[in-house]
Write a protein that binds this ligand. Structure first.
Ligand code: PLP
Length: 467
């Protein structure tokens, strides 16, 4: 006879669904009979699947109701968590890219909670144009004639190409047929927009005569894609934008530039990796430029299309524009972010993206040195914690080859399993911490650690999770 035979098996004595439901009026009132019943069934199945060891006493209806209530409460919490981004990638696409400045958040709340003149001209009392909330600002800051906004830069490109090049040819250098993380590929977007991609030049070298030879009566426009997420080195050649612009003009076709991480200020002056400036692309002769709102610009997710008024008017009339238009919260946030650029000296203080990018290594190093003993104190002996220099990146396709010197915590473990346990524990914290692995060590780049207490206050919980 096995000992198991003598052990009381709570799993076999569970109350029926009906019986528990009869005691569940409070739950049913709040969540409805259907959800409570479904949740109850699921929880009973989970209890039945427990090992006998964990279920050696009678489970009462009240206990089950408590379990069901907790499960329902949990299902009501947001699936969004506030994360501490210590990955070293300032604009991390998976972590939501740019953080909005306070003024932008206030503007979002304003339009979200009250009817607003999104598309209503208050002086005329008739229908207005939602672009008018941001277009004058974009023109003022970049020197373009007109601008419109869509959901992201991929949508911007789709709309521009579909409007200006549907059923026509667009020559693009083989060196610019890029993939930009998360399944965005220039050739795919071109195909979906209805235009025919004509590949010219080679991966490493494309010359002006490659463009010249490709142009015929079916060519709709010339396009340059800012290949920001990789760099071809060595024997290379690309054609300057000013030359492409002249060639486009000679042939009476527009010149379009996809800037990717469009940038309104000179990053060089701030000591940061150089990204193309929007106004420079315009003076270099681009007729249309497109760029993202939530990359270096530091605003909400959107794609900005800016350039010649006649072309923008044409683009705005495309029915696809209606399908790609952002909502009022995006316009409100974008307008406030753009206004901050009127005062470049204050920008660093006001714009979270720039603030993170500009934090001094000395300041980050001091933070690292404060945190080493705190983290070390809560980790078991088979981990060791140190602090060291590391490199941050702008992220989101902005020059990953250009590093920004930073400082971080470096944790090593006795083996891979222990390291993975630590990563998992960091992810389970109330404010999950995302770091990065490098050569078998966990690097917590502190460049983006704005609220230090948020990190240190939860270290005792980390201790409980890692043991
Ligand atoms: C990032 C990027 C895109 C895509 O922009 P999203 O705003 O993410 O849609 C397109 N082109 C280039 C060159 C980029 O860097």
């Amino acid at each position: 006879m096995t000992t198991e035979g003598k052990v009381f098996d709570g799993r076999r004595m569970l109350p029926s669904v009906d019986k528990v439901l009869r005691h569940s009026d409070m739950l049913i009132e709040r969540w409805g009979r259907k959800r409570v019943t479904e949740c109850l069934r699921t929880e009973l199945i989970k209890i039945r699947a427990l090992p006998i060891y964990d279920c050696r006493k009678k489970v009462t209806p009240d206990e089950i109701i408590k379990i069901v209530e907790n499960s329902l409460l949990k299902s009501d919490t947001s699936s969004f968590r506030r994360i501490i981004n210590l990955s070293g990638i300032v604009l991390h696409t998976n972590l939501g890219r740019a953080l909005l400045p306070k003024k932008a958040v206030e503007a979002v709340v304003g339009v979200a909670t009250c009817p607003t003149n999104l598309e209503y001209d208050l002086s005329l009392g008739e229908r207005g144009e939602r672009d008018h909330h941001v277009e004058p600002l974009i023109c003022e800051l970049t020197g373009v004639e007109a601008a419109t906004v869509v959901n992201n830069n991929a949508a911007a490109l789709l709309l521009v190409l579909n409007t200006l090049a549907d059923q026509s040819e667009v020559p693009v250098s083989r060196g610019e047929l890029v993939e930009i993380g998360g399944s965005f590929r220039i050739p795919d977007i071109m195909m979906r927009s209805g235009c025919k991609l004509v590949e010219i030049g080679t991966t490493n070298r494309t010359h002006l005569h490659d463009y010249e030879c490709s142009i015929n009566h079916r060519t709709a426009l010339l396009m340059k894609v800012h290949t920001c997420n990789f760099r071809v080195e060595g024997f290379t050649a690309t054609v300057e934008e000013s030359k492409l612009s002249v060639l486009a003009k000679q042939n009476g076709i527009p010149f379009v530039v996809d800037l990717g991480s469009g940038n309104l200020i000179d990053m060089d002056k701030l000591g940061l990796p150089v990204e193309p400036i929007v106004s420079k692309a315009i003076t270099d002769g681009a007729d249309i430029i497109t760029f993202s709102g939530d990359k270096l610009l530091g605003g909400p997710q959107c794609g900005i299309i800016a350039g010649r008024r006649d072309l923008i008017d044409h683009i705005r009339k495309n029915p696809l524009k209606r399908a790609l238009r952002p909502d009022k919260m995006i316009y409100a946030a974008l307008a406030e972010v753009l206004k901050l650029y009127r005062n470049p000296r204050e920008l660093e203080k006001e714009l979270p993206t720039l603030r993170s990018l500009k934090r001094s290594v000395l300041e980050i190093e001091a933070q690292a040195k404060r945190l080493v003993p705190q983290l070390s104190a809560v980790l078991p002996d088979d981990y060791s914690v140190g602090a060291d220099t590391c490199n941050s990146q702008i992220g989101s396709g902005a020059l990953p080859v250009e590093n920004i010197p930073s400082y971080g915590l470096v944790v090593s473990a006795v083996n891979d399993t222990r390291l993975r346990q630590l990563l998992g524990a960091f992810r389970q914290l109330p404010f999950p911490v995302v770091g990065r692995l490098n050569k078998g060590k966990l690097i917590l780049d502190l460049r983006c650690l704005d609220l230090e207490f948020q990190f240190s206050n939860q270290l005792s919980e980390l201790a409980a999770l890692i043991k």
